[in-house]
Write a protein that binds this ligand. Structure first.
Ligand code: GCU
Length: 413
């Protein structure tokens, strides 16, 4: 692709607000024909499908329809996990309907004392379901992983040392104590996070011989598609309230939670934690990570058409505020971290702000904030946002807000 640049030529990231280029954002409420959208009906019938189609063909790539015969298998169940607090299940989803790869494993924790189906958070993780918990009898992932010594990964595979290494990002007991369940999935079960020409993961089920076309799914689309397949299972699980499923993701997996929530309205609430470029941050700002950098470093994440806009962000027919608008009127929460300038906190805030007119048109409270709030002062209307102190990570502060936000929307408190 001609406009891609080598490592050495890559521009230095801009962290200077005064050097953000002037830009004009496409209006989510004006159709491609230039018509003003002024009713909920017109939004749903005309403009929303138009925007969705643009994100499919120009940004993440189109995904195939769900497979016809998936097989769900409960491989373990423990009714007194976490010292009696939780029911823990492991469920395998075989996409082809046969007991063969690709296979996706769900690790599910539910409050043991629940007397009715519970609302849940669902989230992809980076290094396997066994990393989110200290419990030793959770299955160790057998899949390929990115190299990471700190996470106990040896030869691209998990070892016993890797158990619990991401537990701080998933406060399971807190989630359970607040009456929610948690569904965890290793993203690499759906598509391993490297550029292999799309032969592995779920891509192999559909187009094993050829590379996807320029408007067909990259890895983020594949991950989002996998989340929807997990949702297919959740709809069959009587212990789970499938109308109250919140999808949450961090960083590349936050880009994924937004795209999953944008496409699949069964996700009743959507959370992006530090998702940055190609997630909640506006591409046109070119602050921190840019399209040039992300498409070169991770050529498999987006569809090939996205490369057309490298250093030509102003030609994009969408920007990321329109991704948020696709989630309307469902509650959406975007979180940033002060030291995570790579992800452009201001650009993440502005996406929420510029998606607000769609939320308002659909009759919700919208967002309400005009200016970036102070650190650690969350805004929680139909749209939520915070910037907390600290770095690129998922912290207890973040989860505290997500739980409060979910209470507000799922329990009316
Ligand atoms: C890199 C990448 C980001 C991504 C992050 C992550 O920093 O440049 O776009 O969000 O990895 O997923 O942790």
């Amino acid at each position: 692709i001609c406009s891609q640049t080598s490592q050495a030529q890559r521009p230095k990231p801009n962290y200077d607000e005064s050097k953000v280029p002037e830009f004009k954002l496409p209006d989510p409420l004006v159709t491609s024909e230039g018509e003003k959208v002024d009713s909920a009906e017109e939004w749903q019938k005309v403009r929303r499908p138009e925007i969705l189609e643009l994100f499919e063909s120009e940004v993440y790539g189109k995904s195939p329809a769900p497979p016809k015969d998936m097989l769900f298998e409960v491989t373990s169940q423990k009714n007194d996990a976490l010292n009696g607090k939780a029911i823990r299940k492991e469920v395998s989803i075989y996409f082809s309907g046969k007991k063969e790869e690709p296979r996706m494993d769900l690790l599910i924790y539910l409050p043991a004392k629940a007397t009715k189906p519970v609302p849940v958070f669902i989230g992809l993780n980076f290094y396997g379901n066994h990393t989110i918990t200290e419990e030793k009898d959770v299955k160790l992932s057998d899949k390929w992983m990115r190299a990471n010594k700190d996470k106990g990964i040896v030869d691209h595979h998990a070892t016993e040392k890797s158990r619990g290494t991401s537990a701080s990002r998933w406060p399971i007991e807190k989630i359970i104590d607040r009456g929610y369940g948690l569904v965890a999935i290793y993203c690499g079960d759906i598509d391993p996070d490297y550029d292999d020409g799309f032969k592995n993961g779920v891509h192999a089920l559909f187009n094993s011989k050829q590379k996807p076309a320029p408007d067909e799914w990259g890895t983020i689309s594949a991950w989002a598609w996998g989340l929807s397949r997990a949702m297919d299972y959740l709809e069959t699980d009587k212990q789970i309230d499938a109308n109250k499923v919140a999808v949450m993701g961090h960083s590349r997996l936050g880009k994924t939670s937004l795209w999953a929530g944008a496409q699949d309205p069964r996700f009743a609430l959507v959370i992006s934690n530090d998702s940055g470029c190609g997630g909640a941050a506006l591409s046109r700002r070119r602050f921190g990570e840019t399209l040039n950098v992300i498409n070169n470093a991770f050529p498999h994440w987006f569809c090939d058409n996205f490369n057309k806009y490298i250093d030509k962000e102003e030609e994009l027919p969408v920007d990321q505020h329109m991704l948020i608008s696709l989630i309307a009127p469902r509650p959406v929460y975007v979180a940033s971290a002060e030291d995570d300038r790579w992800a452009d906190p201001n650009g993440e805030f502005l996406s929420v702000k510029y998606a607000e007119p769609v939320y308002k048109l659909l009759g919700t409270s919208g967002f309400g904030a005009k200016e970036m709030p102070k650190v650690n002062q969350p805004i929680q209307q139909q749209m939520g946002y915070h910037i907390r102190t600290g770095k690129h990570n998922v912290t207890d502060f973040d989860w505290q807000q997500y739980l409060d936000f979910a209470d507000q929307h799922f329990k009316g408190s």
